[in-house]
Write a protein that binds this ligand. Sequence first.
Ligand code: SDX
Length: 436
Amino acid sequence: MDAKTDANKATGSITVGNKNYDLPIYKGSIGPDVLDISKLYGQSGMFTYDPGFTSTASCESKITYIDGDEGVLLYRGYPIDQLAEHGDFLETCYLLLYGELPTAAQKADFDYRVTRHTMVHEQMSRFFQGFRRDAHPMAIMTGSIGALSAFYHDSTDISDPTQRMIASLRMIAKVPTLAAMAYKYSVGQPFVYPKNDLDYASNFLHMCFAVPAEEYKPNPVLARAMDRIFILHADHEQNASTSTVRLAGSSGANPFACIAAGCACLWGPAHGGANEAALNMLSEIGTVDRIPEFVRRAKDKSDSYRLMGFGHRVYKNYDPRAKIMQKTCHEVLAELGIKDDPLLDVAMELERIALHDEYFIEKKLYPNIDFYSGITLKAMGFPTTMFTVLFAVARTVGWIAQWKEMIEDPKQKIGRPRQLYTGATERDYVPTSRRK
Ligand code: SDX
């Protein structure tokens, strides 16, 4: 990790009371400089304090760069719109994992290796039988991804680069299969095995929507849309679920357990669960004439209600993924001949109102990737409970790439934040008889 070479170093200082503390400043290739506070506690006896990490860089990374003010998202330096337009998801997986776009031979080899890991251990289907049929698919995903370490124990030694690579390929390949199984289980249909002659997205649609009773041919327009949706969701710097994966991985936990931890975090409605929540919100609004009532609630400080699919910790301008998601949404609705989707009417009017509303302009709240993804996925036939599952399928490669970068960093250590303690000071035990 080379941000600490002299060319990238300067010195800042902070003064507390009458004491001055010199702290190194590191420059990245692009983006904000960082102030290295790792020695501050040793020098000053003080911790820094940043709940939610709004001003804290948790690591050095070369994978994804976001400029929230300019609405820029780069995977290994390549703009997301170019990758979504010209590439496919497995090419993006290779890029995120290895840092460069693959040659034709490298791509063919990577596709071959991922494709031949798409089946899961046959006993996993019995593992599913333990779930209630009405279990939320994200509950099943969190459980079954974690269970992969019980079936693939031969790729859990994180000190072995070969095992790390096999575990990475296994998760990129098997998470879609588990996701399709979670969907099939929830609708009471038989599991559909992967087919090696289909590309990644077509294979996923086939495992979700094929039934033994008839031939299923994936619609190429929907498969392309699915593949593009995976690209858009693949990685996103140090978001909550990725930070969860890094923290779990810093203890040396096996990769399957780390990705399961990331999946659990993604489920939250403030994060990956927002696509399900956004569609439920659009359904609750129902018609365009009810929008003002919901916008008023979202602006009311005394009401915790928020517009799902709006706002972002980093993007204080349009989320570049939302633009591509909106275009993909229109393509899918056109392909399916859905002319007047009331949810789309509500979404577009809500977006128009929000983008012209003083409150949203002042708070810099723009539609994020979750705002249009729900309408698209619903049109493709997925129930809302599957939306975050699809996000997890795509983000698995991002979680793995970030985990791999951390594990391969010779200076990585267990993550162990401190705290500002405001609880009771030391006091003696009081026997029950004397408690009031
Ligand atoms: C994802 O981090 C990532 O990269 C995540 C992600 C990824 O790819 O990994 O991009 C995926 O999680 C996208 C975000 C999906 N979440 C939602 O759509 C849920 C709705 N959005 C909010 O909950 C919120 O915007 C967050 C959680 C996304 C961001 O919250 P922050 O950065 O902590 O900002 P905040 O909550 O402090 O909000 C700042 C202000 C507040 O008002 P004040 O207290 O300053 O008066 O904006 C208001 C908030 O009340 N606000 C909203 C709002 N989001 C923020 N008001 C109404 N509706 C909203 N959606």
